[in-house]
Design a protein around this ligand. Structure first.
Ligand code: PXL
Length: 268
């Protein structure tokens, strides 16, 4: 039997992040990847590798969702970068069109290619329309600060408190990722379960692999959670395996001419 994993996300032209990283992750973990493109990000090597961002027309996003969900009985989906309020509307509508066992939301909040006013509208729409549908959400430290309203997240208790506040926005499970910015020598993540109000909160640790950000780490973690859920794991199992998979991908990272390395999902 084939396990299908579906992703609705942006394309990132160097292949390090976005849909390309998601589909590599699904493949490596043995799930059949189905993808819908929401926007196209092309870093500009002539301008410090800044983001250039072009949304896919909302109707075309809706058409892709229709094609994917009609072709297969999909039950597990990852939501990555959406990019505009119009895209968020059609994705929310598309998600409401059927039952899902799991909706994994990577709350990609800002894209540097967007002007700030538009980015704020997008953040608000994401918080209002998509986050409440999530069974799992995976904010990084910046996204956790923004969504929780906490100025500082520097301790494990802060990670748990941020997760609690984000769970109040609707998601059943919240994985707050400390990443390289979190103090200390470990990459610390917290898994918070809304139904237990954090009594079952788990703290996941792995030694940091250097101090530099690696492109695609967040995408890979959420995609790996999605693939494991698609294959039948429960949320704690899926998150644990996804963290191991992502850490191994960071160790095996690839470098090129861009000023950042990228996770290599195939190097494990
Ligand atoms: O890593 C966040 C991210 C997600 N999706 C797309 C991106 C990026 C970061 O550049 O371009 C399409």
């Amino acid at each position: 039997m084939v396990d299908f994993a579906y992703v609705i996300a942006g394309s990132e032209a160097t292949g390090g992040a976005g849909l390309q990283a998601d589909l590599r992750t699904f493949q490596q973990l043995g799930a059949y990847g189905v993808g819908t493109v929401t926007c196209i990000v092309s870093f500009d090597p002539k301008a410090g590798w800044s983001h250039r961002f072009v949304p896919v027309e909302a109707q075309v996003v809706a058409d892709q969702i229709e094609a994917a969900t009609s072709a297969y009985d999909l039950h597990t989906v990852k939501i990555g970068m959406l990019g505009t309020p119009a895209t968020i509307d059609v994705v929310a509508e598309g998600l409401r069109g059927q039952q899902w066992r799991h909706i994994v939301v990577d709350p990609v909040l800002i894209c540097k290619g967007q002007e700030p006013g538009a980015a704020l509208d997008t953040d608000t729409a994401l918080r209002r329309e998509i986050l409440p549908l999530a069974t799992v959400t995976t904010p990084n430290l910046f996204e956790a600060r923004t969504l929780s309203g906490m100025d500082e997240i520097t301790t494990v208790d802060d990670l748990i408190e941020a997760a609690r506040r984000i769970a109040d926005l609707g998601p059943r499970h919240v994985v707050v990722k400390g990443g390289v910015e979190f103090p200390g020598s470990d990459a610390v993540d917290v898994l918070f379960d809304r139904d237990s109000d954090g009594r079952n909160a788990q703290v996941l640790r792995a030694a940091k692999v250097g101090e530099a950000r690696v492109a695609g780490a967040g995408c890979t973690l959420a995609a790996a959670i999605t693939a494991e859920l698609a294959k039948g794991a429960d949320v704690p199992e899926a998150v644990l395996r996804a963290k191991e998979f992502t850490t191994a991908g960071i160790v095996a990272r690839v470098g090129g001419n861009a000023p950042f390395d990228a996770v290599w999902q195939g190097g494990q």
